[in-house]
Design a protein around this ligand. Structure first.
Ligand code: IMP
Length: 393
């Protein structure tokens, strides 16, 4: 079994693109599969001086890997063609297979989504496309010719049986990485409904959205920022509506890859992270953007919620309850600013030799979640990564 799932453990934008890119290289991944969502996602992959912004296509494409767009996705054909052409212009001829069972995002879907004012969607037509799928009136990629013949002629060569090919690869003991989009708290069932996306973003979605058995998944990695961000509406107990939140937003360049909207920023929430660990079966955490917290005097991690005079240690299933939850924090000392060179030096050191405050922050997360942190990322580049625990496949 060599199926590895990477999921977002928060509200999306956790830095999955960078972690996928890093692991494709380190774990010698053969195939990368996307299984849900569409171009509401935005992955930024930085390789050397080159920055790639991807929406439908998995990050593994940058390394020339065979990539799959699974049946669980909704795809805007025009945007996908632009993405493919953009990659070609930069010397990458994407190896892509699109499931004929994936659904097409049409102009009508985008018009309907444009009217949304409640959820703060990305307005890419995602919700309406999934609505049509569930009400059995959608258009699948196998029928693209009937709605957009021009796009079909450009994309037809990429359409193929994703479930068959991925299963054949797994049979041959190839390493297949399933790349989640958005995050656990945006899951249609388990997220902060109705302020969620329209697909199952959790690890189980990889099986449904690509046509593989749960028996084929042997490793699940959850990606979490060292703090929390959210775009769009919905409850967010640890949100910082003050200058600390502002500082994190500016330093972390917390503006949406897809829509450019400023992201709401707040402290890390271990209650939320534990919920994500439970729902996904996360084996280890990849902690990203730790460097962004540098220079803050104190750091806080939410360990429980206060609600109606009670203490909640588990995540409430109802967003209306979550809205009224007050975070209870454990406070830690921050660490000073370090130059990029100093961070890169840290990456070569044993954990025990890192500055005490950084160690304490990482150790507290591990203690609160009872889950190892395998990777710590302190910059967008592949090399800006500290290995805390080896990932064994
Ligand atoms: P939709 O997925 O466009 O329908 O948007 C539903 C909610 O999910 C909104 O709050 C969006 O901001 C959020 N969302 C969708 N995709 C992403 C993403 O890739 N990162 C972060 N938030 C997202």
């Amino acid at each position: 079994m060599t199926g590895i799932v990477i999921v977002g453990a928060q509200f999306g934008d956790e830095g999955k693109g960078k972690i996928v890119d890093y692991l494709v290289d380190r774990l010698k991944i053969d195939y990368v599969v996307r299984f849900q969502g569409g171009n509401n996602a935005g992955h930024t992959v930085v390789v050397g001086n080159e920055k790639f912004k991807l929406h439908h296509v998995p990050s593994g494409v940058v390394q020339g890997k065979q990539c799959f767009l699974g049946n669980g996705m909704v795809i805007d054909p025009k945007v996908l063609i632009d993405e493919i052409n953009n990659l070609k212009e930069r010397g990458i001829n994407p190896k892509l297979t699109i499931s004929p069972l994936a659904h097409v995002i049409t102009e009508k879907h985008k018009e309907l989504d444009a009217a949304d004012s409640k959820i703060g969607t990305t307005k890419r037509g995602i919700g309406p496309a999934y609505s049509d799928k569930i009400s059995r009136s959608g258009t699948r990629f196998s029928e693209l010719n009937s709605v957009y013949p021009n796009y079909y002629s450009e994309l037809s060569k990429y359409i193929g049986d994703v479930s068959l090919k991925v299963n054949q690869a797994l049979e041959k003991k190839k390493k297949v990485l399933f790349e989640g989009a958005q995050g656990t708290l945006l899951d249609i069932d388990f997220g902060t409904y109705p302020f969620v996306t329209s697909s199952n973003t959790i690890a189980g979605g990889a099986c449904v959205g690509a046509g593989v058995s749960p028996k084929k998944i042997s490793l699940i990695i959850g990606v979490s920022k060292a703090y929390t961000t959210r775009v769009g509406s919905g409850p967010f107990p640890t949100e910082l509506k003050n200058e600390v939140g502002e500082q994190i937003r500016n330093k972390g360049a917390e503006f949406g890859t897809t829509t450019g909207r400023p992201r709401r920023c707040g402290w890390l929430d271990a209650v939320m992270l534990n919920y994500a660990i439970r729902l996904n079966g996360i084996d280890s955490i990849a902690l990203t953007k730790l460097d962004i917290l540098s220079g803050l005097k104190e750091l806080k991690i939410c360990t429980a919620y206060g609600y109606n005079g009670k203490i909640l240690r588990t995540f409430p299933f109802d967003a209306k309850i979550l809205e009224k939850c007050e975070p209870i924090y454990e406070t830690l000392h921050g660490w000073p600013e370090f130059s990029h060179e100093e961070w890169q030096k840290f990456a070569k050191l044993k954990f025990e030799r890192l500055p005490k405050e950084i160690r304490n922050y990482i150790l507290l997360i591990e203690r609160l979640t009872k889950t190892p942190i395998s990777l710590v990322s302190f910059g967008p580049d592949r090399n800006d990564t500290f290995i805390r625990h080896k990932i064994l496949v």
